[in-house]
Design a protein around this ligand. Structure first.
Ligand code: AMP
Length: 509
């Protein structure tokens, strides 16, 4: 796969855009600032340590560790060594890790020191050397890195060589490894820096996990490509974010961050007046959250849409209307179309169908899964995202849900988002998730799972009654279940697969 090249495609571009060596790259609250010069030295140490462990270009380095500066330098060290970085969610159980290691066959597996004993047998079975790296950036791999040289000659890699494999979050099926090339990552970072106007003056609040495309590639690569700085936080804490906000210019978050900030007493127009930009993605931002945030701060959150396989595809405009409930326009260089899922015919404005994308951001296929890869690409190179949506007459893209969440009841298609929108607008409702559950007469029965607002009491009968005049009969939920909270994964996505499993017998006699 490797082309003739003398440079490391991704890291050379990071180098070419680098500010002065003494400029902070990471600002660690209550701790050190780590400069760009240190970023180069520390990533070199990790690259040397990996080479010392036998890692060759194209080898996988699987990593299940807590968020830490060292984990970021390990990512960059992998890229520089020509290896393929393979980060794994900390929440994965040993049984899941066994699957990932067996599938990816990494040369090295790095885990938290506290998990090493439990995971050692799986590393051994997969033929991987086991190393550790803790939340405090300490561990056997750090020891090796510290003993290694801070100089490293970057391994030559071309644009199409792989830089990372990210397993999909698997809310609709078994996780698959998305193969991302150097140019997939570089092209997206380049475009996003331009679209969102990042410069060396920016300071980003970074409270996202770094095993996922959002915190790892969108946030980190954009900062590196802009030569900017980021305040690097172990996790999201609304109080801490409000305390650090005066030092920042921008923030990237998942919708739940914004839901929590809207409720925070210190979120005011004054507290955010100096901020340049708030960006949201990874799950739908409720139009209501968008409006509340704007009412309190004067800032219209910029929502964008992407996925593990494609990096970012669309974004609301920096200049121009950021429309609540939409994900904006396709990014420059990315083609987007909506098709009929059955016939693949391209649909017109406002027609709902499957979102397909093509561009330098789109991945190289699923790791060791040519069948799945072939099934999800069209002959002309478009990737079938699995998201249903439409493009409106002004060109804004709207997402109505995952294809697998579509409900077919009595032969009619029901888009959960439409029903959720009606329910969410009712007084006393915090949020809702609408799912299809097997039903003898209808195929699937529309079912709403609803979370009341704090202090509110809701009843199934009242919700059903309120929807009667608002929705066609076939769209009305057959049952409404009231719960305290919806199951979510670490990126804030509602796990409809979990809900479908929990209520699978609801309509069984
Ligand atoms: P992941 O691969 O974990 O990043 O998940 C990607 C999926 O998240 C997409 O296919 C969408 O279903 C969803 N997603 C990401 N951003 C948005 C957004 N702004 N609005 C709605 N859904 C989104």
């Amino acid at each position: 796969m490797s082309q003739k090249t003398e440079t490391n495609h991704l890291f050379s571009e990071i180098r070419s855009r680098m500010p002065s060596a003494d400029k902070p790259f990471l600002i660690i609250p209550g701790g050190e600032s780590i400069t760009y010069g240190e970023m180069v030295a520390r990533s070199a140490r990790f690259a040397n340590a990996l080479v010392g462990l036998g890692v060759k270009p194209g080898d996988r380095v699987a990593v299940q560790v807590e968020k830490s500066p060292a984990a970021l330098f390990l990512y960059l060290g992998c890229v520089r060594a020509g290896a393929i970085f393979l980060p794994l969610n900390q929440a994965y159980t040993p049984a899941e890790i066994e699957y990932f290691l067996g599938d990816a066959k990494p040369t090295v597996f790095v885990c938290d020191p506290g998990k090493a004993d439990a995971l050692a047998p799986f590393a051994k079975a997969a033929g991987a050397a086991l190393e550790t790296l803790g939340k405090d950036s300490k561990g056997s791999l750090t020891d090796k890195a510290q003993a290694a040289s801070p100089e490293f000659a970057d391994v030559a890699r071309g644009p199409d060589d792989l830089a990372a494999i990210l397993y999909t979050s698997g809310t609709t099926g078994r996780s698959k490894g998305a193969m991302l090339s150097h140019e997939n990552l570089a092209s997206n970072a380049r475009v996003l820096v331009e679209e969102w106007r990042f410069t060396g003056k920016d300071v980003l609040l970074h409270a996202l996990p770094i095993f996922h495309t959002h915190g790892l590639f969108v946030a980190t690569n954009v900062i590196l490509f802009a030569g900017a700085s980021m305040i690097f936080l172990a996790k999201f804490d609304a109080d801490e974010i409000m305390t650090l906000m005066p030092q920042a210019t921008t923030m990237m978050g998942v919708p739940t961050f914004y839901v929590r900030l809207v409720d925070h007493p210190r979120l005011t127009r004054d507290a955010t007046a100096h901020m340049r930009l708030f960006i949201s993605g990874s799950a739908p931002l409720l139009a209501e959250t968008h409006r509340e945030f704007e009412a309190k701060t004067g800032h219209a959150i910029l929502e964008r849409y992407g996925m593990t396989e494609t990096n970012m595809n669309t974004s609301n405009p920096y200049d121009g209307d950021r429309i609540a409930g939409t994900v904006g326009f396709p990014l420059p260089g990315t083609d987007l179309r909506v098709t009929n899922p059955d016939t693949a015919a391209v649909l017109g404005p406002d027609e709902i169908g499957m979102i397909e994308v093509r561009g330098p951001n789109v991945f190289k296929g699923y790791w060791q899964n040519p069948e799945k890869t072939a099934a999800e690409f069209r002959a002309d190179g478009f990737f079938i995202t699995g998201d249903l949506g439409k493009v409106d007459a002004s060109g804004y893209v709207h997402i109505v849900g995952r294809g697998k969440d579509l409900i077919i009841t009595g032969g009619y298609n029901v888009y959960p988002k439409e029903i959720e929108g009606e329910i969410d607008a009712m007084p006393g409702v915090n949020e809702s998730a609408v799912i299809g559950i097997a039903h003898r007469d209808f195929g699937e029965g529309v079912t709403a799972v609803v979370v009341p607002s704090k202090g509110a009491t809701l009843s199934e009968a009242a919700i059903v009654k309120a929807l009667e005049g608002r929705l066609a009969k076939f769209k009305q939920p057959k049952r409404v279940i009231i719960v305290d909270e919806l199951p979510r994964n670490t990126m804030g996505k509602v796990q409809k697969n979990v809900l479908r499993e929990t209520y699978k017998d609801l309509y069984k006699a």
